[in-house]
Design a protein. Sequence first.
Length: 77
Amino acid sequence: MSDPCKKEACAIQNCLKANTYNESKCTKAIDALYACCKSFYEDNGEEATTVCCPKPSLLKLKISQRQKEKLDAELRN
């Protein structure tokens, strides 16, 4: 089985290269990967493996952190 989130993972790499590795310019691509990974684990279970996605526990943490960062940014504006 090919990796279902490979397209999103490659989009992050392309974005980072195009933006001199400035992660803040690639937030949409990162969010798209995390959304793909979340769906992957929901469909296949947390024991499923894929090289393009963080482990489920780390994915949950990263999604939570990103949501908090977005909320904090909205509150500052």
